[in-house]
Design a protein. Sequence first.
Length: 102
Amino acid sequence: MKALRFVFAALLVAAVPLFAQRPDRPGGEQKPPSHGPSAYHGTPRAVGPEKGQAPRNFSDKPGHPDTPHVDKGKVWVGHDTGRDDVRLHMDHPWEHGHFTGG
């Protein structure tokens, strides 16, 4: 009798998610929109070289990708800008606080 109660309880628990999947309830089944996302009206993100600079070519040898990469697991290609790169500078790095690690 105890095993029968356990089986019944297990079946009841397993059946609960089935009731949540009913499409006749609000929010149960939603059709995708007939159009794509609306157009973005904000300021576009700066992509590519800065103004006045020639585009960089990261392909160091024929057949290599034109993106920054690691060549044969030893040499970094395209990561040669150094620590004083203007594109990676932050004017106020601790503007919203500083993590002290404690």
